[in-house]
Design a protein around this ligand. Structure first.
Ligand SMILES: [Zn+2]
Ligand SMILES: [Zn+2]
Length: 153
């Protein structure tokens, strides 16, 4: 004779069930409840956390970072952008400088780097037997028009 697997009560003769009626109903109810719970959990938006600081994110939000970290990241990205621009302008400046030097060389003219201090400019003016004012004016002209052939002195 078979017995209920849960409570051990004798099952009716010839029954092929594992559980008595009462335990069977209880077991089915528990299984239904568990399945219902699983469905609920699967459909609820999964809780997510900031990838940077781990703070919980607004349920259902698709953001990867919390608001505070987004602010920080935004600032960092803006800084990186500025640095890229500065590096680019530096590169552009160097290329222009090289182009000016080449143009000057081709015409046998002296070339003066930009960004020289007053002392250096005064020394160069003396070296080229001209005045500081004339030198600066000449440099300015050549910056706008590389290879212009006005006399320096
Ligand atoms: Zn039972
Ligand atoms: Zn965060």
């Amino acid at each position: 004779m078979r017995k209920c697997e849960i409570c051990g009560a004798a099952l009716p003769q010839g029954s092929r069930a594992w559980y008595c009626r009462t335990c069977g109903i209880k077991r089915r109810r528990e299984r239904d409840r568990a399945r219902h719970q699983r469905l609920l959990e699967a459909s609820a938006p999964r809780e997510r956390f900031c990838e940077s600081c781990g703070a919980p994110l607004v349920p259902g939000s698709k953001a990867r970072f919390c608001e505070a970290c987004r602010d920080v990241r935004g600032r960092e990205q803006a800084r990186e952008q500025r640095e890229r621009e500065r590096a680019y302008l530096g590169e552009m400046g160097r290329r222009q400088e090289n182009a000016r030097e080449e143009a000057a060389q081709q015409r046998g003219l002296p070339h003066f780097r930009s960004g020289l201090g007053i002392e250096e400019l005064t020394r160069l003016a003396r070296e080229h037997r001209t005045s500081y004012g004339k030198l600066v004016a000449w440099m300015d002209l050549h910056r706008r028009r590389p290879g212009a052939d006005e006399e320096l002195a």
